[in-house]
Design a protein around this ligand. Structure first.
Ligand SMILES: Cc1ncc(COP(=O)(O)O)c(C=O)c1O
Length: 414
């Protein structure tokens, strides 16, 4: 790759790109994607194709299909039925041919899940955050967004693209948030953006207290419930349902790709806000709508999890059991009040090494989590046990980790 005009200095593009990749290798955070196929009906078992002669059986420990809904018979059947009824894709944007009956029904179902007037589907949770936050702030001139410092990259992208003033408050720190709110002009529009379950540290935001501050300073609230929808609350409406505060939040955002086991994202809010985002957000308007097959699967999943808590209970029990087994074995499992089990390593090279050994020698698949997903020096392994991970699998995993911890002389729990 070279500039063709000899009159201007040649830029060595290959060198620039190769240096960018070399930097990642040097820091030990070059990402390798593992090539797998999950076995329907047998999650968390899967086949791994990386570096083997043919598929090798593995156990997946890092999927965000927390409740194994991706293989649920109702979800699979609904997708098959939709595929055979209406074909593969939606064929257009929502405005131009892609507004199917499935989309409309799922939006009703999601609005009902969160007790809101309306809902809007996006192609992913990432897009829903980026599109909504960037558009909202543009609709409200002078708007200031208050953002938790650990907010997901998609919220940060939305806030940046909004081009508005932003204030970053220390993670879950109410006093800091209030200090920032109080320092600003009371008459300008304000929006507090935060998550319920922070999936890397596995902690939960003080939602009611943040709503109190929003009331006091006349701010709107935007809650990302991506890691909580389907998982918490009597009907899977998330932490805001569990804590009975959904009605206090202006916008609740979620994904269909994690506990619901399919793909897509959404927001729920008052109808007028839904109408504004539907009408102004480029990330909603200018893209082909989700395949009706995906929407049909998500619809079946949301409906099922509204009525059934067996999956949620099974997942919570598995998470508690794994945390206890790890702690008993002296592994540095991070304190967590949620369904996620993070094991601190604190070094990107070691985290990758543990993950490699687990896969190659024990058939255990857990991806190392490194910067920028988590701050440097807090690299970790993040386990997501589900209702289908049984005790034997957990004991095998913990025995393998103990052996590797000893072999690599890693730090044990204090
Ligand atoms: C907090 C949070 N919000 C949004 C997203 C994006 O959701 P999706 O995977 O549906 O794009 C993620 C994905 O990991 C997330 O962790």
């Amino acid at each position: 790759m070279q500039s063709t005009d000899s009159a201007v200095p040649a830029v060595d593009y290959s060198r620039v790109f190769n240096q960018a990749i070399d930097r990642l290798h040097a820091e030990g955070r070059y990402r390798v994607f593992i090539d797998i196929l999950r076995n329907k009906g047998m999650f968390p078992n899967a086949r791994c194709f990386a570096g083997h002669n043919g598929p090798k059986p593995i156990t997946v420990w890092c999927s965000n299909d927390y409740l194994a809904m991706g293989q649920h018979p109702k979800v699979v059947a609904a997708m098959e039925e939709a595929l055979h009824d209406v074909g593969a894709g939606s064929g257009g944007t929502r405005n131009i041919g892609g507004n199917t009956h499935y989309h409309i029904e799922l939006e009703h179902e999601l609005a009902d899940l969160h007790g809101k007037e309306g809902a809007l589907l996006f192609t992913s949770g990432y897009v829903s955050n980026e599109a909504t936050l960037s558009t909202l702030a543009k609709i409200m001139p002078g708007c200031i967004i208050y953002s938790d410092e650990l907010n997901h990259a998609s919220m940060i992208a939305g806030i940046r693209n909004a081009g508005c003033e932003k204030r970053v408050f220390r993670h879950n720190d109410l006093a800091h948030l209030e200090e920032l709110l109080a320092a600003d002009d009371p008459s300008v529009p304000k929006l507090i953006a935060f998550e319920s379950v922070y999936s890397m540290d596995a902690d939960i935001a003080p939602i009611a207290e943040i709503c109190d501050l929003a009331d006091k300073y006349n701010a709107l609230t935007y809650l990302d419930e991506v890691h909580a929808v389907g998982m918490y609350g009597a009907r899977g409406g998330g932490i805001s349902e569990r804590e009975d505060v959904a009605h206090r939040l202006t916008i609740i955002e979620g994904t269909l790709g994690k506990a619901f086991g399919v793909m897509g994202g959404y927001i729920t809010a008052d109808q007028v806000i839904i109408d504004v985002i539907r009408s102004y957000a480029p990330g909603f308007i200018f893209t082909t709508s989700l395949s009706p097959v995906l929407v049909a699967g998500a619809l079946a999943s949301v409906k099922h999890l509204k009525a059934s808590r067996a999956e949620r209970d099974g997942q919570q029990a598995a998470a508690e059991q794994l945390k206890a087994l790890m702690a008993d074995a002296g592994l540095p499992v991070m304190q967590s009040t949620t369904h996620i089990v993070p094991l601190m390593v604190g070094d990107p090279v070691k985290a990758k090494k543990i993950s490699d050994v687990l896969l190659a020698e024990y058939g255990v698949y857990v991806q190392p989590i490194n910067y920028p997903t988590v701050p440097r020096g807090t690299e970790r392994l993040r386990f997501t046990p589900g209702p289908a991970h049984n005790e034997a699998m957990m004991r095998e995993l913990v025995d393998a980790l103990v052996e590797i911890w000893g072999r690599l002389e890693l730090r044990r729990a204090a």
